[in-house]
Design a protein around this ligand. Structure first.
Ligand code: B16
Ligand code: MG
Length: 214
């Protein structure tokens, strides 16, 4: 019996990947190299620090930890500047409707995101009231595929992992949900997210009655 839904943010509820890409690209360009949108795919669901490490690797650049911290915060400032002006019309198709349907059915909702900016994004898009619990990059010590972010969410809701279903667009996130002992609905390509219990194109394709048949 499913009694809670745990949502990833970027790629499931909103599409902030394009803003992350712009900010990381600007940073890479300042450092004298570039990377493709295809490379950017590899950053989805990955923490800020890990993303920077990957990008510096692509550019063949080595930096000290202090320098990396400065670079990560420079990128984050540009990113925050862009998401400040996000509007409710940037919510992905069906996401708000599905959240409302879940709440109306009496299920609990939690956010399980790697982003340290999730609060701002949910506030800007007006989705904050639809979540019972928020767990993001500010609250965990290990990032996806570690299950911590989802286990914290279940804990916060007071619901056992086996009664939770996770909605995820990233391979690392699907792995994290499985490791947490939860059901998982992949958002995106069934080929890529082949370990998910079900894969849909977006939250517009799923409804509450389906959740107990995963
Ligand atoms: P921040 P999610 C992830 O969000 C993004 O997919 C990933 O690209 C980003 O690096 C990460 O959040 C950290 O974001 O720099 O805002 O802390 O998909 O886990 O909701
Ligand atoms: Mg995601």
């Amino acid at each position: 019996q499913i009694t809670a839904c745990i949502f990833d943010l970027d790629g499931v509820i909103v599409d902030t990947a394009v803003y992350h890409y712009r900010a990381w690209k600007r940073l890479a360009n300042e450092l004298g190299f570039d990377f493709t949108e295809e490379d950017n795919e590899k950053l989805k669901g990955i923490s800020r620090v890990k993303s920077l490490e990957l990008i510096l690797g692509w550019g063949g650049i080595e930096k000290t930890e202090t320098e990396r911290e400065e670079l990560a915060s420079r990128k984050n400032n540009w990113y925050v500047e862009m998401i400040q002006s996000m509007r409710p019309d940037e919510i992905l198709p069906g996401a708000k409707e599905f959240l409302q349907e879940v709440k109306a059915a009496g299920l609990k909702t939690a956010l399980g995101s790697a982003s340290k900016n999730s609060g701002l994004i949910l506030e800007r898009t007006g989705l904050l009231p639809l979540f019972d619990v928020l767990v993001d990059g500010n609250h965990v010590s290990a990032s996806k595929p570690d299950p911590q972010v989802f286990l914290r969410g279940a804990e916060g809701l007071g619901i056992l992992p086996e009664h939770c279903v996770v909605f995820e667009d990233a391979v690392a996130g699907v792995e994290a949900a499985i490791a947490a002992g939860m059901k998982v609905v992949g958002i995106g390509s069934a080929e890529v997210l082949n370990r998910a219990d079900l894969v849909v194109k977006g939250l517009f394709e799923i409804h509450v009655p389906q959740l107990n048949n995963l």
